[in-house]
Design a protein around this ligand. Sequence first.
Ligand code: C5P
Length: 244
Amino acid sequence: MKSKIIVALDFASENHLISFVDRVDPELCGLKIGKELFTALGPRPVEMLVKKGFSVFLDLKYHDIPNTVERACAAARDLGVWMVNVHALGGAEMIQAARSGLGNAPNRSLLTAVTILTSMDAAGLRTIGFNLEPVEMVKRLACLAQKSGADGVVCSANEAKELNILFGENFIKVTPGIRPSGSPTDDQKRIMTPSEAMEQGADYLVIGRPITQAQDPVSVLTSVMRDIDTVSYTHLTLPTICSV
Ligand code: C5P
């Protein structure tokens, strides 16, 4: 995918979806379909967007027994999605099964693993029994994901630089929790601006509400593109095997 921006299409209505999609083109951004849109409208919008030439990130964050996840990933592959994801907390066997469901065709769908949701902070992690800082959890889960065959992770841009040092630049970092300065944070906790995220070495920025709920979504999108165009990131080291 050429663009660094993935717009989160968190809508439940086809009208909303169509009116947004009619204003953008595949050169401008990738599109993310998550649980809201998929539950409301099913796989048809995925097929429609793939047909229009968009890189579609199917963000259903699978977390189930390995066999179920493998078959779900195979179904996602058949829809022609560019990227699909699982929760790294599902463990090594589940991630390996997901990877196997995607097959080995030259242009196969990419697999990313969600580490820790960007809406969680250290206090939130403690409430579910994890006493590590988010960055430490993210490093562990990213290591597990890499060893299990994932192409990358979904993480906060706060962790991208450290992950680049540990796992190399070829391990994809997809970063939600992006807020252009002045935008409301909503329910996100580990956030960064688009240019800060690029400076940290994020590969793709997932942006939802700041674009989709703007009066003029395309002008916000193009202004983010202008901002990040001027940012350069120097990768520090290039290991390929994790060492956490
Ligand atoms: O509107 P906003 O920019 O907060 O949207 C972020 C999108 O990224 C949502 O669709 C959310 O489901 C997704 N996401 C996230 N944090 C993750 C993984 C995915 O916010 N760790």
